[in-house]
Each structure stands twice: as C-alpha cells, then as structure tokens.
Design a protein around this ligand. Structure first.
Ligand SMILES: C[S@@+](CC[C@H](N)C(=O)[O-])C[C@H]1O[C@@H](n2cnc3c(N)ncnc32)[C@H](O)[C@@H]1O
Ligand SMILES: [Zn+2]
Length: 136
C-alpha cells in the first residue's frame, strides 16, 4: 500500500524531447506522483484553444494544463513508460502514478495515447528513449 497523500520530489530538467520531469528521489511502484491540473474546459473550448497541454478527461471535459504551476505538464511521452495517467472518476481529476519503481534521476514518462501521438507528435516523431535507440 503506498501513501496517497505523499508527493515525491521531482525536478524539471532538459530531456530528449525538450524539458522533462525527473524523479529527485526514489519512487516506489504504484506511488502517486503528481496531479495534472489546469483550466477545466469543454471539448469545444479545447478545440478553439489548441495547444500541447490539453488532457482529455471525458468526452466533454478537457484539462488545459498549460499554466506553469502545473508541474505535470513537463512529463514527456514514452513508448515504454514508467508511469501512467489515472482518471479519478469521482472527481474527474487526473493523477500520474508510478507503474514501476523509479530511481532518483530517472525521467518520469507516461503514454500520451494514440490520438495525441498521431495528431500532435506525428509519425516517426517520437523522441523517447526506446524510439531513439531504434535503427531508422
Ligand atoms: C506536455 S508537453 C511535455 C513537456 C515539453 N517537453 C516541454 O518542454 O514543455 C508535450 C510536448 O512535449 C514534446 N514531447 C513530449 N514527449 C515527446 C516524445 N516522446 N517525442 C517527441 N516530443 C515529445 C512534444 O512537443 C509535446 O507536444
Ligand atoms: Zn517512443
């Protein structure tokens, strides 16, 4: 059982895909790391705003996490991620949780999903560690 109130220390640093979020201490598998926060807007409003920080929560709820206070916005996508986005459906909030033990200094990543990868990153655009080591 992990501590649901504790938030591990994290650090924003340069990564292979711009800035990224890194563990500043060891994080245990299943530990809740951080909440993805921001303006809670409709899908229509999100379509008008556009941007790279839109997180679709439900069919008609999107979190626009572009504000700097949303530290989770620095988490990059990886094809073999060490964390995952979790939907708390009672409150429609998004949390990022470790899916394996993460060592201090490791980058924290989750899978953005097919739609984001197709529409925003583009084919062959992924710069995660797994894709970077593939021979092109
Ligand atoms: C939520 S932000 C992540 C933080 C971002 N790297 C920054 O410097 O602010 C998402 C954007 O980061 C970049 N990104 C994240 N993961 C990526 C990946 N695996 N490959 C290429 N670009 C990525 C893309 O520009 C994407 O639209
Ligand atoms: Zn990748």
């Amino acid at each position: 059982m992990t501590d649901e109130t504790y938030r591990p220390k994290v650090q924003v640093k340069r990564s292979s895909a711009g800035l990224g979020l890194f563990a500043a201490e060891d994080i245990k598998k299943e530990q809740l790391i951080i909440e993805y926060t921001g303006d809670r807007i409709t899908q229509d409003e999100a379509n008008q705003r556009g941007g790279r920080y839109l997180f679709s929560v439900t069919k008609d709820l999107v979190i626009d996490g572009k504000g700097r206070e949303n530290t989770a916005r620095y988490i990059n996508h990886a094809c073999k991620p060490n964390a995952e986005a979790e939907h708390d459906d009672e409150e429609d909030r998004i949390y990022i949780r470790a899916r394996k033990n993460i060592k201090a200094g490791e980058e924290i990543t989750y899978d953005y999903g097919k739609e984001y990868m197709r529409e925003i990153i583009g084919p062959e655009g992924c710069r995660c560690a797994t894709c970077q080591t593939k021979t092109k």
